[in-house]
Write a protein of this length. Structure first.
Length: 166
């Protein structure tokens, strides 16, 4: 049976003898017998076991990052003023309605490829956008920016009027 030592070399281990199988004459020998002969270097005397202990080192675990909302997790210190990683979404569309106060409904057309038929399909979304100045008119082309929820449906803000309606 071979065991690897820390230096990479393999050393042969001597078999361990069971105490019950030992010679009866060894028990009858006087206690003042001559000391055991010194074993040559590199060998293990019979009856002893050489063991190599391997300790695996693990890298220290990094703390979990802060939650996506930027707030610290319970039991974790607040992050040091780091910039937010996400960018705000930007969409362009045509104003469909401005009947509500400080709110415009904007039609955003998205052209996607159909999964099965590979045909380009237009999908229209009606986004409710906040218009602080109430200056957009029906038919205007506007640029919207994603923002915090302002009401049940309003999550966009009119950033710029790109083209006025004729």
């Amino acid at each position: 049976m071979a065991d690897t030592s820390p230096d990479g070399g393999a050393e042969e281990l001597a078999p361990v003898e069971d105490a019950s199988v030992e010679d009866a004459s060894a028990e009858d020998a006087p206690a003042e017998a001559a000391p055991a002969e010194a074993a040559p270097a590199g060998t293990v005397p019979a009856g002893t076991v050489k063991a190599t202990v391997v300790v695996e080192q693990t890298a220290p675990t990094a703390p979990k990052p802060a939650s996506p909302t930027g707030q610290a997790r319970p039991g974790q210190a607040a992050p040091a003023t780091e910039p937010r990683s996400g960018r705000r979404k930007v969409r362009e569309g045509i104003v469909a309605s401005n009947a509500m106060d400080k709110t415009a409904i904007v039609l955003v057309v998205e052209r996607v490829r159909h999964a099965r038929y590979a045909k380009t399909v237009q999908r229209t979304k009606r986004l409710y956008a906040h218009d602080e100045a109430n200056d957009v008119k029906v038919g205007d082309r506007v640029r919207l920016t994603e923002t915090r929820p302002m009401s049940k449906l309003k999550r966009w803000r009119v950033e710029q009027v790109l083209e006025r309606a004729r």
